[in-house]
Ligand binder design. Sequence first.
Ligand code: DAH
Length: 347
Amino acid sequence: MNDLDQLVSAAQAEFDAAPTPAELENAKARFLGKSGRVTDLLKGLATLPPEQKKSRGAEINQLKARIEAALQSRRESLAESELQAQLRAEALDITLPGRRRGTGGLHPVSRTIERIEAIFASMGFDVAEGPEIETDWMNFTALNSPKNHPARSMQDTFYVDLKDAEGAWMNLRTHTSPMQVRYAMAHAAKYRGVDPMPEIRVIAPGRTYRVDSDATHSPMFHQCEGLWIGANVSFKDLKVVFADFVRQFFETDDFDVRFRPSFFPFTEPSAEIDIAFRSGPLAGRWLEVAGSGQVHPNVVRNFGLDPERHIGFAFGMGPDRLAMLRYGIDDLRLMFDGDLRFLSQFR
Ligand code: DAH
């Protein structure tokens, strides 16, 4: 191996040892730069006699070409490994499943309320909504529960740190019944002087609150109020309407309805409405589904109407209970825990 071959091997070794493009360029300078070893050789040509110059010059040029080739190939391999490293670093695993945006669904109680609304709307009932923070008068007094009357203790009330215009504590409504009063008062005002007054036919679903919590009671629950007032509306109409509702709601004819005498301050007479399916898992068991009654004359007076001329019935039922019966749910608390494993079954 002559001196030139050694120089090529030396360059090759230094190029191969350069770990980065920058260090490779430094190594290049040591051979091909201004004061590099190849440049020194070319400068040395000047000292040679003319007859040697030509052949030595050709050899050095060849050497230079071999070193440049070695440099180029190292440049390419460094660029290639840099590219590979970058590809590795930026790799996307396209086999990873995407993150889905879950589809929402209506809560079983919302579905039930929508169902109740659709059925009563088909029977000519309006749908009304009202406030959940209620005055003492609307929630109790107007419904024939005077202050200090024992009937008020049927409902364990949440009071709110707020007083109404009469100085009474406001409450979280304990039932949707105050909506009878709000709706009927507005109706009476709207049709004042119109004779005969158009009938009142309304349901009012919504949230209600009581100090109560166990497997069958939640401090927040739902009710749906119903009110039908006309010149001559009676229990027979209530029975027909309610049975028709049950038939449509549960999609069956195979049940019995009974009215069981009861007491509510705002109705007289009052009755619980029970139903019993004749077949299926609940066959033969009487299930209480609503309270009801003929609206008390005092309450009709509070509507702003004459109880001698306006008569009718009211009922209040529990959409939570109806949802549980319809879907076969046995613990009310499941409804309000917000557990998606439960809720997603109703999507
Ligand atoms: N408000 C009653 C309750 O919460 C339910 C009720 C009973 C409503 C009889 C009515 C009715 O409209 O007529 O227990």
